[in-house]
Design a protein around this ligand. Sequence first.
Ligand SMILES: Cc1cc2nc3c(=O)[nH]c(=O)nc-3n(C[C@H](O)[C@H](O)[C@H](O)COP(=O)(O)O)c2cc1C
Length: 210
Amino acid sequence: MADNYLGRKMEEYEAQKCASVRTRKVSLMSLLAKNRSTRGFDTSFKVRKDQLVSLVEAARLAPSARNQQVLRFRLVTAEEAHLVLPHIRLGAALPEIHLPLPNTEPNAFIVICAMKEGRYVDMDLGIAAQTMLLRAVEMGLNGVCIAAFDHEIISANLKLPYPPQLILAIGRSAEHVEVVDITESEDTTYYRKGAIHFVPKLRTEDLIIG
Ligand SMILES: Cc1cc2nc3c(=O)[nH]c(=O)nc-3n(C[C@H](O)[C@H](O)[C@H](O)COP(=O)(O)O)c2cc1C
């Protein structure tokens, strides 16, 4: 009797282990699908410094031209967000909306700087940014790359030792974003209908040459 009981318990435990492994498994394609540029965040959720560090840990493993690793990362959490927020521009294609909407502002940023100039810096930058965004999505967060920011003010406010190249805003999304398939003849500009943000993406067959 006791043996059966223990055997059953062991079977249940093994089954639970398998189920939890199954539910935790996340495909790259699903992370990519969820990795939509996000410009509205849940302000009640404060991104922690260790979460930002975890994104840099991911970037550390990204490829780097000649493995020079010229990028450096300044982490900005809620206490310092006021030094960055007024100096970024979000959603330039939707000037009438003035993003971020009130009470959806990001409260965490990663400012990516480059120690050296070079023809490969932008490539490293893009790879690092996407790697961090995907890690954020895996952690239940979202973000957006921000190239439109006041470089001088951000440099001065954060006392950066190297020129800032790109800023990531990171947080828990408060947006509903959908991808729309388009053909080459259609407009690629993102747009909003009601509360939904639509991102037109060219079809795979239109991306492949020949
Ligand atoms: C290098 C780079 C710079 C960007 N700069 C900005 C920016 O300054 N402000 C902004 O709101 N979005 C910015 N974006 C986000 C793009 O607008 C966004 O990637 C595009 O609309 C497609 O949406 P998706 O990221 O959801 O696929 C940038 C994206 C990249 C890759």
